[in-house]
Ligand binder design. Structure first.
Ligand code: MTE
Length: 316
């Protein structure tokens, strides 16, 4: 999804490097199978200590898909978290530097009770497992067993007013710990936004865990948004600020490349990205895009009504 950069760096100079990195990653996976598998086992063993099980009961949900989830290793070692670099392995290599405690979330704007809430309090909300498809705008997808709570539960704590038409989400900015922020790939901090009805929809969750364990930093610890019917870039990671607004927020990707990444970003096989098709997707670990992309990533029954009467080619 590499996008607009400073005028002196042309995308053509960057894409080959990305392709090269991806190819190297694939070669390592395919060619050095034995070593790779051994490394993964080690990583998984380490993960047990680093990411303990979440406390308290975790309810199942009717919103979960029955599709087979991707492995812990796949979900935690193939990431987009540009603050840690633009390669898929960069977040798992560098995100251990992210400071996730103490952690507070400022909730402000068009609300009756603005508050700053500590992560410990949020972790006491009733937790659910949500096994969701994640479809990246880059045309790969996974199935991920998140643990979290509906965003509307968080909103209830601050009571949005009738002027709240949108919600803006801001990622933490720790330049000293985030090597990727030295490059002006995006305007930091990473900002995303939703319309209020999208945010309040029961499918929209704040995730705090993965596979019943504490969320790994590279996946957006300690608290990230998950909006399963939209391209993955809407699901902002490591959130420190939530602002209810009257005006539509300007998001980081829109600012960087408005013709490529719109505010709505609903998964839509009928609207191609200007540089590639969205008709099909690569369900990792597959290497080819052999699956048909589902409208709204397969959640049309739940969310299509939110867009009744809207031209989804215009509001892409
Ligand atoms: N949030 C922040 N702060 N920075 C990012 O670069 N990347 C987005 C989204 N959230 C991103 C982010 C993109 S493009 C995707 S596809 C998902 O995170 C990837 O989530 P995952 O790494 O947990 O699979």
């Amino acid at each position: 999804m590499l996008i607009k950069r400073p005028a002196d760096i042309r995308p053509s100079e960057i894409t080959p490097e990305t392709v090269y990195r991806e190819r190297r990653h694939f070669m390592r996976m395919a060619g050095a199978g034995v070593l790779y598998a051994a490394g993964m086992r080690f990583a998984a063993a380490g993960a047990e200590q680093a990411y303990p099980p979440l406390e308290g009961p975790i309810a199942k949900s009717a919103y979960s898909t029955t599709e087979e989830p991707n492995s812990w290793d796949a979900i935690t070692q193939y990431n987009n978290y540009y603050e840690f670099g633009s390669g898929k392995r960069d977040p798992s290599r560098h995100a251990h530097r992210l400071q996730v405690r103490p952690w507070t979330v400022v909730i402000e704007g068009e609300v009756a009770r603005p508050r700053t809430i500590g992560i410990e309090e949020l972790l006491k909300l009733p937790l659910e497992e949500r096994i969701y498809r994640l479809r990246c705008v880059e045309a790969w997808s996974m199935v991920i067993p998140w643990v979290g709570f509906e965003f509307n539960k968080l909103a209830a704590l601050v009571e949005p007013t009738s002027k709240a038409k949108f919600v803006e989400f801001t990622t933490v900015y720790q330049p000293e710990n985030m090597p990727g922020t030295r490059l002006p790939v995006l305007e930091w901090p990473y900002v995303e936004g939703l319309r209020i009805d999208e945010a309040m929809h029961p499918l929209t969750i704040m995730a705090v865990g993965l596979y019943g364990r504490v969320l790994p930093n590279q996946n957006g610890a300690p608290l990230r948004l998950v909006v399963p019917w939209k391209y993955g870039f809407k699901s902002a990671k490591s959130i420190v600020r939530i602002r209810f607004t009257e005006q539509q927020p300007r998001t980081a990707w829109e600012k960087a490349a408005p013709h490529e990444y719109g505010f709505y970003a609903n998964v839509n096989p009928a609207v191609n990205h200007p540089r590639w098709s969205q008709k099909r997707e690569k369900r990792l670990p597959a290497f080819f895009a052999s699956r048909e992309t589902q409208p709204f990533n397969g959640y049309a029954e739940q969310v299509a009504h939110l867009y009744a009467g809207m031209d989804l080619r215009k509001y892409y």
